[in-house]
Design a binder for this molecule. Structure first.
Ligand code: CA
Length: 224
């Protein structure tokens, strides 16, 4: 079991390195986010212990990039015990959150519990079209490294379009797949939802993925 510690304070890093090594883990340490991401790209880690306050890229930015690998567990470490930080961390996909100063046995217990959790997980089915990525298990979508914030309906709509990528879907098909049976069949809602989704998915990217087939419906695909 290999653990990566990303922490700029040498004392804390040494403390974690020593304690975790003595507990039988293979531990690598990085003193900055850039070094941490570099190591994460080179080795297969089961867990990353990530400090929030880092020089250069902070822990949130590092977390965002680490999070693209959904099998990796991340525990955030911070001196700030504010509830807002905790919520932010968990919302951004951290698996656990520990406030400094902490007792080593508590950290070890959390590490063990996280690693136990990670053992049996099945690889999630992530949908990908070009640099658009959708993770149904975590309910997250990314365009490149940019996280896309979607409503529940937009998420469902994007999922339908991505699953049938390359196939044209009519407005009626989309309604039946995304909205429930009792939904008032006003196809205008599809147009409105598509244009909102398009703004979030395509507006900031040169390569457009959502296309309108006039008089028929919509298709999500890469076009040269
Ligand atoms: Ca720090």
């Amino acid at each position: 079991m290999r653990i990566l510690v990303v922490e700029d304070e040498p004392k804390t890093a040494d403390y974690l390195h020593q304690g975790l090594s003595e507990s039988g883990y293979v531990v690598d340490c990085a003193a900055s986010g850039i070094d941490g991401l570099h190591l994460a790209g080179q080795h297969r880690y089961e867990l990353v212990i990530l400090d929030v306050n880092l020089p250069g890229q902070d822990g949130w930015q590092v977390l965002q990039q680490l999070r693209r690998d959904n099998t990796l567990r991340v525990m955030m470490l911070t001196a700030r015990g504010r509830l807002a930080d905790k919520i932010k961390g968990l919302d951004m996909g951290a698996d656990d959150y520990l406030v400094k100063p902490f007792e080593f046995p508590e950290l070890l217990a959390r590490v063990r519990s996280l690693l136990r959790r990670s053992e049996p997980i099945a690889l999630p089915e992530i949908l990908r079209v070009a640099d658009l990525e959708l993770d149904p298990r975590r309910h997250r979508a990314y365009r490149g490294t940019r996280r896309i914030d979607l409503t529940t309906k937009e998420f469902a709509l994007l999922q339908v379009l991505m699953r049938q990528s390359g196939e044209v879907l009519t407005r009626t098909q989309i309604i039946s797949l995304v909205w429930d049976m009792n939904f008032d069949c006003d196809t205008n809602v599809v147009e409105v939802s598509i244009s909102r989704l398009r703004a979030k998915v395509d507006d900031q990217s040169e390569v457009k993925l959502i296309h309108t087939i006039r008089g028929v419906g919509y298709v999500l695909e890469t076009r040269q």
